[in-house]
Design a protein around this ligand. Structure first.
Ligand code: ATP
Length: 287
């Protein structure tokens, strides 16, 4: 199939709730988080070059490194080493997910690379093999093997797909600042938490669905203390009729949740007028 292009799209994520419940001896933070994939997506193209051992990456769209620090190349290398395959592959990454925004773009690309290469080479790895590689690449990578709303625990790698999640429209504002996830976790003052997992399970199993009871992100106070624009954006999203607004991941991306597309689109226009950053209108991920 040398010359043919194998193309996949892979989504961004939003953290609807993110509670940090402890710190492990290895330095990683333990979380309970509810994540949903949304339709802002990167595209990856894979071509077999016929030149054994060759692996190259070209990036378009938002600027990300094209060297070995890109999670796409890391994922491809690990896939090849795990399977013992020696094929030559050239990869193009078309980046539309804002970078270092708390939207999981790099993790999403890494998971998509693993899944795509596994398909391209007729599934040399079973689901457990893919999961193990994904977990080694980063805490959020396994989520993007599922690409459906999930409750995540551990460092984010223990996943429970949700039985259902309401259809929403999301207005996302990404101010022009980049937040390092390690800085946000490092600056967080850990507090004693109750039974967070029990709380969220009860919420998801309950008959009454109230967004206010679930929208909470422990990292928000860290990022918002340094960048006041976060609170400003949240306030304005609420003013424009969002049922709730929250920062995603370690930020600085902020989203507002709407039930109706028209209302979300109107809020989007208003937010664009503010020139606080890039504004996106999106909904649940549709592959
Ligand atoms: P998370 O919440 O998982 O930390 P994020 O959305 O905040 O993710 P990313 O967009 O994944 O952050 O980027 C974080 C850093 O990773 C960037 O500084 C970037 O240079 C590096 N990186 C490596 N590979 C990629 C990739 N394929 N796409 C985006 N960033 C990448």
């Amino acid at each position: 199939m040398t010359g043919d292009v194998y193309r996949v799209r892979t989504p961004a994520k939003l953290n609807i709730r993110l509670k940090v419940i402890g710190k492990r001896p290895d330095g990683y933070h333990e979380v309970v988080t509810l994540m949903v994939p949304v339709s802002i997506s990167d595209t990856l193209e894979f071509r077999l070059t016929g030149r054994e051992g060759e692996l190259t990456l070209t990036c378009e769209g938002y600027g990300v490194p094209e060297d070995e620090t890109n999670l796409v190349l890391l994922a491809a290398r690990q896939f090849l080493s795990e399977t013992g395959l020696r094929a030559g592959i050239s990869i193009t990454l078309k980046k539309k997910i804002p970078v270092a925004a708390g939207m999981g773009g790099g993790s999403s690309d890494a998971a998509a690379t693993l899944t795509a290469l596994n398909e391209l080479f007729s599934r040399p790895l079973a689901a457990e093999g893919l999961y193990r590689l994904a977990r080694g690449l980063g805490a959020d990578v396994p989520f993007f093997l599922y690409n459906r709303p999930c409750l995540a625990r551990g460092i984010g790698e223990i996943l429970e797909p949700l039985e259902s999640w309401p259809a929403f429209w999301y207005v996302i504002v990404k101010p022009p600042i980049q937040v390092a996830t390690s800085w946000a976790y490092g600056s967080l003052k850990l507090r004693l938490t109750g039974d967070e997992y029990g709380y969220i399970k009860r919420f998801l199993g309950g008959k009454q669905f109230s967004l206010k009871q679930v929208l909470e992100n422990d990292l928000e106070e860290v990022t918002a203390a340094r960048y006041p624009i976060i609170e400003k954006i949240k306030g304005h999203l609420s003013l424009e009729g969002a049922e709730g607004a929250l920062m995603t991941g370690s930020g600085p991306g902020v989203f507002g949740i709407f039930r109706r597309r028209e209302k979300a689109a109107r809020a989007c226009d208003k937010l664009r007028e503010k020139r606080w950053g890039e504004v996106f209108l999106t909904t649940d991920w549709q592959p």
